[in-house]
Design a protein around this ligand. Structure first.
Ligand code: CTP
Ligand code: CA
Length: 223
C-alpha cells in the first residue's frame, strides 16, 4: 500500500470533496433524500490523503469514519453543502463532487410535525424548489480548482456523462457502472473526458479510488 504512492502523486496539493447524500427536511421528523452510502467519496478522500494531498471532505449524513488525516465538515442539506464548498473552492487545487445532492428541497419547511387529517384520507402535497448545482458553480469560478464530477444513471451512462461534462463545463466526469452499487464495497467506473472513455474495471472502492486519484494527478500535471 505504501509503495503504491511512492513518490506521492498529490504531494503539496489540496483537494476538496463532497460525499454522501443530502437530506432536505419537510418537517422536524421527515425529509427527502437520495440513496448514497458515501463510501466511494470517503474512499477517494482516503486515497487522496494517502497520495499526499491535504483533503477537506464535506459530508452529508452518512455513518462512516473519517479517513486518517482528512478534515471533515458535516452538513445536512444541499444549501449547507453549497455554503461549505463555495467559499473554500478557490483555496483548493482539485474539487471532486461525489455527493448525491438532492435536486429539490421542499419549498417550505414546516416548523411542526405535519399531522394526518383524521378521517379525511387527504394526503398533503409539497411544493419543491430546485437546489443550486454545486459542481457547476465551482466549475464557473475564475481561477477555480480542477473539477471532477460523478454520474449515476439508470440508463445510457456514457451519453449522460458526456452531456454533463459539457453542461457543467468540467474536464472529467466519472460514471458509476452500477447499476446497483449503492452501499456496496465494490464498483466499476468509466472516466469520460474530451479524449474519450476509459473503464476502471470492477474492484473494491478503495482500489478504484486509488486508481482514480492517479488519473486525476496525471490530468493535473497536464492542465
Ligand atoms: N451535483 C452538485 N450539485 C447539485 C447536483 C449535482 O454538485 N445540486 C454534482 C454531483 O455531485 C455529481 C454531478 O453534479 O458530481 C452530477 O450529478 P447528477 O445528479 O448526475 O446531475 P444533475 O445535473 O443533477 O442531473 P440529473 O440528476 O437530472 O441527471
Ligand atoms: Ca441530480
Amino acid at each position: 500500500v505504501i509503495a503504491f504512492f511512492q513518490p506521492k502523486l498529490l504531494a503539496g496539493k489540496t483537494l476538496l470533496i463532497t460525499a454522501g447524500p443530502t437530506f432536505e427536511p419537510i418537517d422536524p421528523v421527515r425529509g427527502i433524500t437520495n440513496l448514497s452510502s458515501g463510501k466511494m467519496g470517503f474512499a477517494i478522500a482516503r486515497a487522496a490523503a494517502e497520495a499526499g494531498a491535504q483533503v477537506t471532505l464535506v459530508a452529508g449524513p452518512v455513518h462512516l469514519a473519517t479517513p486518517r488525516g482528512v478534515r471533515r465538515i458535516d452538513v445536512q442539506t444541499a444549501q449547507q453543502m453549497f455554503e461549505a464548498v463555495l467559499p473554500r473552492a478557490t483555496e483548493h487545487d482539485v474539487f471532486v463532487a461525489t455527493a448525491a445532492v438532492a435536486d429539490w428541497r421542499p419549498a417550505q419547511m414546516n416548523e411542526h410535525k405535519i399531522k394526518k387529517q383524521d378521517g379525511t384520507k387527504t394526503a398533503p402535497t409539497f411544493e419543491l424548489a430546485e437546489n443550486a448545482d454545486i459542481l457547476a458553480a465551482v466549475a464557473a469560478l475564475p481561477d477555480g480548482p480542477y473539477c471532477v464530477g460523478f454520474a449515476a444513471e439508470s440508463q445510457e451512462l456514457v451519453k449522460h456523462a458526456r452531456e454533463k461534462l459539457l453542461r457543467k463545463k468540467v474536464p472529467l466526469i466519472v460514471g458509476n457502472l452500477g447499476p446497483a452499487t449503492f452501499g456496496r464495497d465494490d464498483n466499476a467506473l468509466v472516466l469520460v473526458d474530451a479524449a474519450g472513455e476509459r473503464e476502471l474495471p470492477h474492484n473494491d472502492k478503495l482500489h478504484l479510488a486509488r486508481q482514480l486519484v492517479a488519473e486525476i494527478a496525471t490530468r493535473l500535471q497536464q492542465a
